[in-house]
Design a protein around this ligand. Structure first.
Ligand code: ATP
Length: 356
């Protein structure tokens, strides 16, 4: 199995190194046979290749079985015509990774803002307000007809809405069998009207799953008041982006925010947060987000290739991370701990190796 690692910017090198330590340990212990390769993206790639995402890297990623993507610093990139492509968007669109699955859950012994919560946000990953290069004719989805007027276009298609809905309903079948469609259909009647209709149509194939829909502004209130009501949330690109930050904070913080991007052919582990320049280079970033994103990738590979050892590796990794997160001496400062990025990863590896 080919796994490609893209380090990224800011805290990327630190949390990627931590994740790699865990992968190396699992690779040996579970005989995963993973061949791991690195490619540069982000600022490193800009220096050497003049672009933050080279076409060759997209092609290598397409050929790989799994991708581990570190956070990227899109805010500081130069304009696109000077090589500043958002690698995350480039890979999501280029490899048609239409589903972004973002779980948020409360863990025993780990500080959180709410007492109970276990939800999964299934976020459409290729269109909505972020359609950008995907727009007809390859133009930007934002334009300025005059210097004082700016427009953003929101693209919703039945096909992509159905795909994310199916991913959400399938996930619900393995969970508590509830799907909530989140939208702003009372205002965006056409785009979200189509999204809701497509999701409900897909829901007919899953009669065991209870479906409701909630307007996005109401959803933020419900999440803060009682997030435990929700199981799977299916939503469009921007709403999923925003709601998942809220959900992650409720569950303990962005340092725990795991996610998997996937299409029909490629899976890409990626923490939900950004490159956190404020804490980069200090060995204090919480690598849990990316380590657990990798666990999601291992599960996805297990299902796709029928490899039970990948499933066992993912389960063991999650158990080891949970054990270490519950220990304040092990966990990182964002969770009130005294551990570092590196020591946390070593502790997880030690737990894996000791078979606890
Ligand atoms: P970018 O410009 O790349 O989006 P950002 O700092 O604006 O970066 P995030 O990277 O999402 O946005 O970070 C938001 C806040 O959360 C920051 O204060 C950051 O330090 C914190 N944070 C994000 N990820 C982690 C992490 N893995 N561990 C600890 N703190 C984190």
């Amino acid at each position: 199995m080919d796994i490609i690692i893209l380090e990224g910017d800011g805290i990327g090198p630190e949390i990627v190194a931590a994740t790699r330590l865990c992968l190396d340990a699992l690779n040996k212990r579970h005989e995963l046979g993973a061949v791991i390769r690195d490619e540069d993206i982000g600022f490193k790639s800009l220096k050497v290749r003049g672009t933050t995402l080279a076409d060759e890297v997209v092609e290598e990623a397409r050929k790989a079985d799994g991708i581990i993507l570190g956070p990227v610093s899109t805010a500081d990139y130069p304009p696109r015509d000077k090589g500043g492509i958002n690698p995350s968007a480039g890979l999501r669109l280029g490899l048609d990774l239409y589903a972004n699955m973002r779980p948020s859950y409360v863990r025993p012994g780990v500080p959180s803002l709410v007492p109970a919560m276990d939800l999964l946000i299934a976020r459409e990953n290729t269109e909505g307000f972020y359609a950008d290069r995907n727009m007809v004719g390859g133009t930007s989805s934002e334009l300025m007809p005059t210097p004082d007027v700016a427009l953003a276009m929101r693209k919703i298609t039945r096909h992509n809405s159905e795909r994310i809905a199916r991913a959400g309903f399938q996930a619900a079948m393995t969970r508590r069998k509830k799907v909530t469609i989140v939208h702003k259909g009372n205002v965006m009647k056409k785009t979200d009207g189509l999204f809701i209709e497509a999701c409900r149509d897909v829901g007919k194939d899953f009669p065991e799953v209870a479906v409701n829909d909630v307007i996005v502004d109401a959803m933020t209130s419900h999440l803060v008041r009682d997030a435990s009501r929700y199981d799977v949330i299916v939503t469009t690109n921007m709403f999923g982006d925003i709601l998942s930050n809220l959900a992650s904070e409720l569950a303990g913080g962005l340092g725990l925010a795991e996610s998997l991007n996937h299409g029909d052919h490629n899976g890409m582990a990626q923490a939900s947060h950004g490159s956190a320049p404020d804490i980069a280079g200090r060995n204090i970033a919480n690598p849990t987000s990316l380590i657990l994103s990798m666990a999601m990738l291992l599960d996805w590979l297990a299902t796709r290739h029928g490899r039970q050892n990948y499933r066992e590796a993912a389960d063991e990794l999650r158990a080891a991370v949970q054990l270490r997160l519950a220990d304040p001496a092990s966990r990182t400062p964002d969770l009130g701990g005294t551990g570092s990025t590196e020591s946390f990863a070593r502790d997880v590896v030690e737990t894996i190796q000791s078979g606890r």
